[in-house]
Write a new protein. Structure first.
Length: 561
């Protein structure tokens, strides 16, 4: 049966015989467009339904404003505040009218929480400020790789004088009950949300390995549309399973480079200038450039050969100064190449699985603005310490309600980080001594409350329990926690760092003094000497914040003493 009545069919025949273009009202009926291929996997329909039904946009709760310069033993250098983050602290200066353009007023930020919820915030509540900053021009994500287990970091404990002690802290959980189907149900809505946040002239780089790269490429093709894959990049890092016996040793990852439109920026990176090229371009200019002459014309040396899609860049060596101890950390040279290729100074870069903070550190060093998101408190703490050591200024926020309350009874935290199955709370005890003349605040104790959890414990790492204020590791298969090895021999062993500061409704905690342990220096002073500018304030207006080895933070008021 014809989809058109007879009189319209006669009209279509007349138009065709006349050689005139057939109107769209007839073309769409007689020659309907072929439907685009769609992907399906077990659980996709349910995941898509949940995504459609989610209309709630969570809020961001201020956690901390990290300033470029804070008095304290772990920050002796006088870092200059960058243009993206300085702010007056309560009692530290009068507010003045800010006439800086919106793009220059952008404040870099770390966000703790689920990156899907955080991306909804960026697209909704924060959309105007992101647009004023020029939009997100680059999204780089290095998500879980479907390894099937918890990815751990060995976090040092104590000051090292009692020997090397460490806690196996799961940085994130990479287990998916439905395997690849469950992984795709997690990633697909996040990639769609990131696509909405990405500027029209922006790019996305997805870092994966052989486990998921093929499937994720199909998902990204569906989201970005046909033809939007720019490159499939092979990162050859030189390491791998040298003991492989029935396969070639895996020594590379895959990075999928997508552009939202044809308007994206791209400047081809170049390799090093070889001695042969330097000899060929042997004529120097006063500005330092070099050129060669050929048939009466001058050709300027622009650098080495343009880089192709196979990147031979070594991974981080065990002794590198870059190394933070966080698992899955990528080398700065890798992110530097990506950022320089598709962004300009001042552009905004987003990393929704920021981990150790390599993307953020490189973006800041290259003069780009940034946003980092991660659901692991350990990751956020690692990023914070790394960025602060570089002199960066930024804000830290948490998705949803404030995770920790100040003062009163110590708050109850759930698992300190995914996979530890610990239920504990810390309550710092700090007193202000020799105040205000010397402005000293002393951390005199830490009340630890907790009990062994009935939840599942990872036997490959041994059991971790809290007993009588002590963190205890029970050897694999050990039935009784009393036979475990104590990891915290002193209450200070719980600490990764602590700070004295003031709270601000707009920014959260603002440190006036702080100290942190580093992998190179495990010492931690327990007395703070505050700057003179704040000694006039009563000690009761001050707050002490301690951060534990799992990345959790706990606040308490300072007492006079």
């Amino acid at each position: 049966m014809s989809p058109l009545p007879d009189h319209e069919l006669d009209e279509v025949v007349r138009i065709i015989r006349s050689g005139t273009l057939l109107p769209s009202q007839y073309r769409d009926i007689l020659f309907p467009p072929r439907p685009r291929p769609t992907l399906t996997w077990p659980g996709r329909d349910e995941a898509d339904a949940r995504e459609r039904q989610t209309t709630f946009i969570p809020s961001l709760t201020p956690v901390e404003r990290v300033r470029a310069r804070v008095d304290g033993p772990s920050n002796p250098c006088d870092h200059q505040a960058n243009a993206t983050g300085s702010s007056a602290v309560s009692g530290q200066g009068a507010a003045t009218a800010d006439t800086t353009p919106a793009r220059a007023r952008w404040t870099n930020r770390l966000i703790l929480g689920d990156n899907l919820a955080a991306t909804r915030v960026l697209a909704g509540i924060e959309g105007a400020s992101i647009a004023a900053a020029g939009g997100v021009k680059l999204i780089y994500l290095d998500p879980p790789f479907l390894t099937g287990g918890a990815v751990r970091a060995a976090v040092p404990v104590g000051d090292g004088r009692d020997g090397d002690r460490s806690v196996p802290v799961p940085a994130f959980d990479d287990t998916w009950p439905e395997g690849l189907a469950g992984y795709l149900s997690m990633m697909a809505p996040r990639l769609r949300a990131l696509h909405r946040v990405l500027a029209d002239d922006g790019c996305l780089f997805f870092h994966a390995d052989v486990r998921v790269s093929a499937a994720i490429r199909l998902v990204l093709d569906e989201i970005f549309g046909p033809g939007r894959l720019v490159n499939e990049i092979v990162w050859s890092y030189g390491l791998g399973n040298a003991r492989a016996r029935r396969a070639f040793a895996a020594k590379h990852d895959t990075i999928l480079f997508y552009a939202k439109s044809d308007a994206y920026r791209f400047e081809a990176p170049r390799g090093p200038v070889t001695p042969a090229m330097a000899a060929k371009y042997r004529h120097p200019r006063p500005d330092g450039s070099r050129f060669m002459r050929s048939y009466g014309r001058e050709y300027t040396l622009r650098g080495g050969k343009p880089v192709g899609t196979v990147w031979d860049l070594p991974s981080i060596s065990p002794t590198s100064r870059e190394r933070t101890g966080y698992p899955t950390q990528k080398p700065e040279r890798l992110l530097e190449r990506i950022i320089l290729a598709v962004t300009a100074p001042g552009d905004l870069v987003l990393d929704p699985f920021c981990g150790s903070g390599t993307t953020l550190a490189v973006a800041g060093r290259l003069g780009r603005a940034w946003i980092g998101i991660d659901g692991s408190p350990l990751a956020i703490r690692t990023c914070r310490d790394r960025l602060r050591a570089s002199g960066a200024a930024f804000d830290i926020s948490a998705v949803g309600e404030e995770p920790h309350a100040s003062g009163g009874d110590p708050p109850r935290a759930g698992p300190a980080t995914p996979g530890t199955a610990l239920d504990y709370a810390l309550c710092p005890i700090a007193v202000a001594t020799r105040f205000p003349r010397q402005g000293s605040v002393e951390l005199v104790g830490l009340h630890v409350s907790g009990s062994p959890s009935d939840g599942p414990l990872d036997r490959r790492a041994g059991h971790l329990v809290v007993r009588d204020g002590v963190l205890v590791r029970v050897a694999r298969g050990g039935p009784d926690a009393a036979r475990g090895a104590p990891l915290t021999l002193h209450w200070g062993d719980w600490l990764a760092g602590w700070a004295v500061g003031q709270t601000d409704a707009a920014h959260g905690f603002v440190a006036l003094w702080e100290a942190s342990r580093t992998r190179a220096d495990r010492s931690l002073p327990l007395t703070a000497t505050l700057p003179e500018a704040v000694r006039v304030a009563p000690p009761e207006s001050l707050t002490v914040r301690v951060t534990d080895i799992f990345g959790q933070w706990w606040d308490a008021p300072v007492r006079a003493g």
